[in-house]
Ligand binder design. Structure first.
Ligand SMILES: Cc1ncc(COP(=O)(O)O)c(C=O)c1O
Length: 359
């Protein structure tokens, strides 16, 4: 069976040595070996998230931590900024948790901006928290979370900032403490270049304080329980031990590359992809100035058959993504995140050019 190289926005390609790290013999999680592994990983995760506080690791995908943020940090009212499929999901999660949710829609393809959030708070506030997706994977749009957080602190300092960085964290700098983010969550299978199955959340001290007064936090994702165990370098329930080994290895790979170099590589690949699209007569779906550094959503202005293109690419050992939901056929998405290199991007563009020439 042939496995194509992935240019889809998750899961992404995982290095052989990282896959192999999962094959360590099994260990019990109530052991020194696991606690040492946990402590090592925790220190590296704090460096990756630019936080001095904590990064919880759960055996779930990122959506689990969207739910955790709501359950732990929202007493009653939450503002959901919706500019794509995943920010809409976070809204739905909050509704599902029984919270009072005010939803603000921003047209798909556009970014959430500080003024949108400030206006919603002034009109409909106060809120316990606001949810924002940093990198809308469905539209290839990146929102200026640092500026938004600064604006929210000015008008509503008690409103928590919850950020979904599922498809951007480790590909783009997200200085959690400097920006003053309260929950910053991500999944393992995107820019982190790990198999799916782990999710990560950097959580501020004030969220933990608030959690004490929030009813119905559940148990599996209760931050106060996760915190108690984190203090002992372990997890309340059985962790995904094999994935922890892979994570430990992958974090070393990231730091060996250097975070600044990693971010710069993502920026260069994004620039190459945008240039390729424009030079071939396509437009970008993202509004000018807010295109993602990890996934490019190409507007199919030439009306090509995206399914046929992808079938051809598969024969060449590669695959890209069609547009998301109703954007299928109208857009297609090329991911440039994780361990993907500029040489990989060049080979993808060569194959796409060959197909386009045959049209
Ligand atoms: C921005 C964003 N948020 C949330 C999710 C959901 O993440 P998971 O599938 O890890 O639950 C995705 C998945 O593609 C995503 O791209």
């Amino acid at each position: 069976m042939m496995f194509p190289k992935l240019f889809i926005p998750g899961p992404t390609n995982v290095r052989e040595e990282v896959l192999a790290a999962q094959t360590h013999p099994m260990i019990g999680h109530r052991t020194d070996t696991f606690e040492h592994l946990f402590a090592r990983v925790q220190e590296k995760l704090r460096r990756l998230f630019f936080t001095r506080y904590r990064v919880y690791v759960t055996a779930s995908s990122g959506t689990g931590l969207q739910e955790a943020a709501i359950r732990n940090g929202v007493r009653r009212r939450v503002l959901a900024m919706v500019n794509g499929a995943f920010s809409q999901r976070w809204h739905d999660v909050a509704v599902g948790c029984g919270k009072e949710v005010v939803r603000v829609d921003i047209p798909w393809g556009q970014a959430v901006k500080p003024e949108h959030v400030v206006e919603a708070i002034e009109k409909h506030g106060p809120f316990d928290a606001v949810t924002i997706v940093h990198n809308e994977t469905s539209t290839g749009v990146m929102s200026p979370v640092g500026e938004i957080a600064r604006a929210v602190r000015r008008v509503a300092p008690d409103t928590f900032i919850f950020v979904d960085a599922v498809s951007s964290l480790s590909g783009v700098p997200i200085p959690v403490d400097e920006w003053g983010l309260d929950v910053t969550l991500t999944s393992s299978q995107k820019a982190m270049a790990l198999p799916p199955g782990l999710a990560f959340a950097a959580v501020s001290d004030r969220v933990l304080e608030r959690a004490k007064e929030v009813e119905g936090r559940g148990w599996y994702f209760d931050f106060l329980i996760l915190e108690k165990y984190l203090q002992r370098n372990t997890t309340p329930a059985t962790p995904a031990i094999s994935l922890f080994w892979a994570l430990d290895r992958q974090l070393d790979i990231m730091f060996a590359e250097g975070l600044e170099n990693r971010f710069a590589r993502h920026a260069r690949m994004a620039e190459m992809t945008r240039r390729w699209a424009r030079e071939r007569g396509f437009d970008l779906f993202a509004e000018e100035g807010y295109a993602s550094q990890t996934v490019t959503c190409v507007r199919n202005t030439r009306g090509i058959d995206v399914v046929a293109l992808n079938a051809y690419l598969r024969e060449q050992g590669m695959t890209i993504s069609n547009g998301y939901g109703s954007l299928k056929g109208k857009t297609f998405r090329i991911a440039h995140m994780g361990e993907t290199t500029e040489a990989d991007m060049e080979s993808l563009f060569r194959a796409m050019d060959a197909w386009l020439e045959g049209q």
